[in-house]
Design a binder for this molecule. Structure first.
Ligand code: FES
Ligand SMILES: [Fe+2]
Length: 287
């Protein structure tokens, strides 16, 4: 996605802080309330994470490119699916209040702001209150109900998808912590090779890591089961025709021969050596 001078210009002069008074000039349409079984740390991380949008939310976004990012939030250009055109989006974060505001700066829905307050709830999870603001009031109640219904349906899907991502990331972080004290084994034994299903990915522990072992191009190969970028699940994805795997969270693409990410956006995927022992067991070694 190309970023033009006009895209930069569209954002010029905008402050990096949420202007609550400006939102009060808009028309408040209604809200979407949602309980999520995750925590505020994961939720705020998710708000900052512009990169996941097209990969985790493909029915809402087709592509995204950053224009400016910082601790204050981000400004991006997004392509909408089904030839829905492009949008310039801004997300500003008030970290201390667990609050963020998304604005459609140009493109379809221009002028809409969506303000979200996240808070802990009594059930051990969090609740998000997503409030929708329009630049003008709808023409009548029927139109207001139609727009609100559309947004509530879209946000139900978005938060279903985010909840799965946030839970997956928390589980991966917990797993990494639990494995930290493991013995630094240099080899793991997957059992008799003839008994291993070649059509599925096997996961195993090697030292303090989880690895994925798969049969690929007439040989067994092994790589880290979690993505080196942010621990996305690489044991659940299939290699493409060129021997690459693409992480489902941010679309980083790893070469299974070298481990390198194709655009060097993060460190290489750890690869391990597979061998068949004299008694025909599949063993995986630290490279
Ligand atoms: S976790 Fe971000 S690309 Fe894998
Ligand atoms: Fe998301």
């Amino acid at each position: 996605m190309d970023i033009s001078a006009a895209d930069h210009a569209a954002f010029s002069g905008r402050a990096n802080r949420i202007d609550h008074a400006a939102a009060n000039q808009l028309h408040y349409l209604g809200n979407y309330l949602r309980d999520i079984s995750s925590n505020l740390t994961r939720m705020m991380e998710n708000a900052h994470d512009w990169e996941h949008l097209p990969f985790v939310h493909p029915s809402s976004f087709a592509a995204i490119a950053p224009i400016e990012t910082g601790t204050w939030g981000w400004r991006c250009k997004a392509a909408l699916p089904n030839a829905g055109g492009e949008q310039l989006l801004e997300l500003l974060v008030d970290e201390d209040r667990h609050y963020w505001a998304t604005s459609v700066v140009s493109g379809s829905g221009q002028g809409i702001q969506i303000h979200t307050q996240a808070s802990d709830n009594d059930g051990g999870g969090i609740t998000v209150d997503v409030r929708f603001y329009l630049p003008q009031p709808p023409e009548n109640e029927a139109q207001a109900a139609m727009i609100l219904g559309y947004l509530q349906t879209q946000y139900t899907t978005l938060y279903d998808e985010d909840e799965a991502l946030m839970r997956g990331r928390q589980e991966a972080l917990d797993e990494r912590k639990a494995l930290r004290g493991s013995k630094a084994e240099k080899i793991t034994d997957l059992g008799p090779e003839a008994a291993l299903d070649r059509t599925v990915v096997h996961t195993a522990q090697l030292g303090n890591r989880m690895i994925a072992v798969r049969y690929q191009g007439n040989a067994w190969i092994a790589h880290a089961a979690r993505c080196p970028h942010a621990l996305g699940p690489l044991d659940t994805v299939e290699p493409d025709m060129t021997g690459h795997i693409t992480c489902p969270w941010h679309g980083y693409r790893f070469d299974l021969l070298s481990g390198a990410e194709e655009e060097e956006r993060c460190g290489a995927l750890a690869l391990y050596r597979c061998a068949i022992s004299p008694d025909r067991r599949l063993e995986v070694f630290e490279a």
